[in-house]
Design a binder for this molecule. Structure first.
Ligand SMILES: [Zn+2]
Length: 298
């Protein structure tokens, strides 16, 4: 990301064009969800695995093993919970992860879950020029399509870093949705330079991301700062509020973070809670985007 020196010297036209490049358009909050549910739950799992390290330009054997945990232990535990509770989720998969272990991506898709684009090697999109960025997203889509036999319809940028070109590329590719922005809690249509793109945003938020609370890293020093019980409480409150307001509860988790024995219960208990509350529809991000486009878009 390039920073503007002396931003106070920007002319109105300049700051206006910056904020106007990608902006929230029409709010897409349907009156009701499938099966007349009052609340939608969209669970997502970012399978960064080894690319969490590779995409940062590192080669730490320890951190690569940490990523391996996500594949060996985290993903199977997540799939097990989803199967037991009969719920479908969205798995965002960097292309390199799909190439490291094609059977994993295929297996997730065969279990009925959605596979979404999550970059080539978990690269930071905000530092790429338009040609490189387009090339990487297209190649990522092709790797996933070849693997699962079906073209992915959604994109989430690694670390939610977008360049001014990302949404233009997503729209140009005809993808149905992006899930990297946070201008709302419910879905909206993305505007590019003020014009509707037809691309639906399924919004994320750091507060609905397990990594924010539970990640440990020596460098940069990052330590879990909440107990699993507290993380559960935050997610549950987000869900309860979405249920009360009749909206969308969207959540981001990582197999190498949520997949541990002392944490995986958070996912299962949340699903149980939502199911016992009733009047809830569980959808993949693609299904959510398709539903709001059909039901709420003018
Ligand atoms: Zn990621």
């Amino acid at each position: 990301m390039t920073y503007q020196p002396n931003p106070w010297e920007l002319e109105e036209e300049q700051w206006h064009s910056k904020i106007n490049r990608v902006r929230a358009g029409q709010a897409l909050k349907p009156a009701t969800w499938p099966n007349k549910a009052r609340c939608a739950v969209a669970l997502s799992f970012d399978c960064d695995h080894e690319t969490y390290e590779l995409g940062n330009g590192g080669q730490s054997i320890g951190r690569l093993a940490w990523g391996e945990f996500g594949r060996r232990v985290g993903v199977p535990r997540i799939l097990d919970v989803l199967k037991r509770r009969d719920v479908k989720g969205s798995f965002f998969m960097p292309a390199v992860c799909a190439l490291i272990d094609p059977a994993e991506t295929k297996g997730i898709a065969l279990a009925g879950h959605e596979i979404g684009i999550h970059g080539w090697i978990h690269e930071n999109n905000s530092v790429l020029n338009a040609d490189t960025e387009r090339d990487l997203i297209l190649r990522s889509r092709d790797v996933l399509e070849k693997n699962i036999g079906e073209r992915p319809v959604g994109f989430r940028s690694a670390n939610w870093d977008l360049s001014p070109n990302t949404i233009a590329i997503v729209a140009e590719m005809g993808l149905e949705y992006d899930s990297s922005l946070m201008a709302d809690e419910d879905c909206y249509e993305i505007l590019l330079d003020g014009a509707p793109t037809g691309v639906i945003e399924v919004p994320v938020e750091w507060l609905r991301d397990d990594a924010v609370y539970l990640m440990f890293n020596r460098e940069p020093a990052t330590r879990p700062w909440l107990s699993p019980d507290d993380v559960f409480k935050i997610f549950k409150r987000e869900f309860d509020a979405a249920w009360n307001m009749g909206g969308l509860f969207q959540l981001v988790m990582h197999p190498f973070i949520i997949g541990y024995r002392s944490r995986i219960w958070i996912l299962e208990r949340l699903i149980e809670h939502a199911q016992s509350k009733g009047n809830v529809w569980f959808g993949t991000h693609a299904e959510v985007a398709q539903w709001v486009k059909k039901e709420a878009k003018n």
